[in-house]
Design a protein around this ligand. Structure first.
Ligand code: UGA
Length: 434
């Protein structure tokens, strides 16, 4: 089968490379010519473990092609995935202008029956809108179908998530389109991947509901962590104790400085705004967003209260990306936390294994960057772990103790053992543990 993917951002590129790995011929298009030329030279514009090798291999073997002409990704391909960005507007809703532009371009190049599929997270109703745009702009009456096939990839684990998904969701009004998409995902049948086939609106909503539920789970445990701190309870044991109930499940109950990234913050806000347009108030999701904001503020407060006064104190911040194994700093808690701490007069020395170049653009220019955790700790009044990169899990604590000016250690991801840290002489703070 030959397919086209429009948009070579995170979703588009991972999808293209993985389908090519399944033996499908994939043409990836992006109007950004520079990006396309870089991809042809094997350069990936972001960091994702394993992706570089997968792109290189499939490009060399001729199953993955790149073009800056959308038409080339449409002509003679049976399935066209739309994977362009849907950036948030000021009011939390999604800006669909890229999706609409692409729909018009697809209409211009419609040369036979095709299934047009949305892969990016798009507001409920977008599939219908795409259908209308193509109907209005196609040059003749060429038959086509529209479908929704939301992705559930996690950054940093995207290839694994694509190759071994928990489920594949396909939304379409057309049994033919649905059958073609199921055929495309046939390699996953061997793994007995469950397929959810439904209408377009339901598929579109599943994606938002899924991310909003996960975000709510995180805010729930973060709120419990706050309560644990007041009551002297241990949030990890609470998470374990509730998570063993199969109806609750153990995942996404890890407390921390709040969720970030390009998905949870944006999708929760977009769902609230989408619901408001229908006159529905999503109180639970609104609360999850609010708790997330206050969680970040509370991290700043605990550092400030411990170091009182904060002004003039030097803080070694470890981890800038919103989670490990990515250089993505979009809505990363570290960015808000550093900005707030700087505003309160703290001097920041930051280190991250991958995200410094992108983070620099969002942080005050007074922030200094270190080449490793030890250089950051040297002469600092406190060490703050904001993102749980593996290399922070086994720091040489003896050396850190010697390098720090004062033994304050804020572990916002709870990766160290409180008793051991205190025994080692640190003034140790974590989240939701006695
Ligand atoms: C999320 C979803 O997990 C994917 O299924 C979905 O496809 C993706 O959004 C998307 O919509 O594209 P991602 O944003 O890459 O994936 O990252 P996650 O691993 O879900 O983490 C999100 C945030 O929650 C991170 O800031 C992480 O540190 C935080 N988190 C996660 C916690 O604070 N506690 C947890 O227990 C889990």
């Amino acid at each position: 089968m030959h397919i086209g993917i429009i948009g070579t951002g995170y979703v588009g590129l991972v999808t293209g490379a993985c389908f090519a790995e399944f033996g499908i011929h994939v043409t990836c298009a992006d109007r950004d010519e520079e990006k396309i030329n870089a991809l042809k030279r094997g350069r990936i514009p972001f960091y994702e473990p394993g992706l570089q090798a997968l792109v290189e291999k499939n490009f060399k073997q001729g199953r993955l092609a790149f073009t800056s002409k959308v038409g080339e990704a449409v002509n003679s391909n049976l399935v066209i995935f739309i994977a362009v960005g849907t950036p948030p507007r000021g009011d939390g809703s999604c800006d669909l202008s890229y999706v609409e532009e692409v729909a018009k371009e697809i209409a211009n190049h419609l040369d036979g029956y095709k299934v047009i599929v949305t892969k990016s997270t798009v507001p409920v109703g977008t599939g219908k809108r795409i259908k209308k745009i193509i109907e209005e702009n196609r040059k003749n009456n060429t038959h086509f179908d529209v479908a929704s096939n939301p992705e559930f990839l996690r950054e940093g684990a995207a290839i694994e998530d694509f190759m071994r998904p928990n489920r594949v969701v396909i939304g379409s009004e057309s049994p033919q389109a649905s059958a073609i998409l199921q055929d495309l995902y046939r390699p996953l049948y061997l793994l007995e991947t469950p397929f959810v086939t439904t209408d377009i609106e339901t598929a579109e909503l599943i994606k938002y509901a899924s991310n909003s539920f996960l975000a709510t789970k995180i805010s729930f445990i973060n709120e419990m962590a706050q309560l644990c701190e007041r009551l002297g309870a241990d949030v990890h044991m609470v998470a374990k104790g509730i998570g063993l109930d199969k109806r609750i499940g153990p995942k996404f109950l890890h407390p921390g400085p709040g969720f970030g990234g390009s998905c949870f913050p944006k999708d929760t806000r977009a769902l609230v705004s989408l619901a408001e347009e229908t006159g529905t108030e999503l109180k639970i999701i609104k609360a999850a967003i609010e708790v997330n904001e206050s969680q970040k503020r509370s991290m700043v407060e605990r550092i400030k209260d411990a170091l009182n006064p904060l002004e003039g104190k030097t803080l070694a911040i470890l981890g800038l990306s919103f989670k490990p194994n990515t250089d993505d700093v979009r809505e990363a808690p570290a960015i808000d936390i550093i900005n707030a701490l700087s505003k309160k007069g703290a001097v920041i020395k930051a280190y991250d294994p991958a995200a410094v170049p992108v983070a620099k653009k969002l942080l005050p220019n007074t922030v200094k960057y270190s080449k490793d955790p030890y250089e950051a700790a040297k002469g600092a009044d406190a060490l703050v772990i904001v993102t749980e990169w593996n290399e922070f899990r086994n720091l040489d604590l003896g050396q850190i103790m010697k390098l720090l000016n004062q033994p304050f250690f804020f572990d916002l991801r709870n990766i160290y053992d409180p008793e051991k840290m205190r025994a080692a002489g640190f003034k140790y703070y974590s989240v939701g543990r006695p």
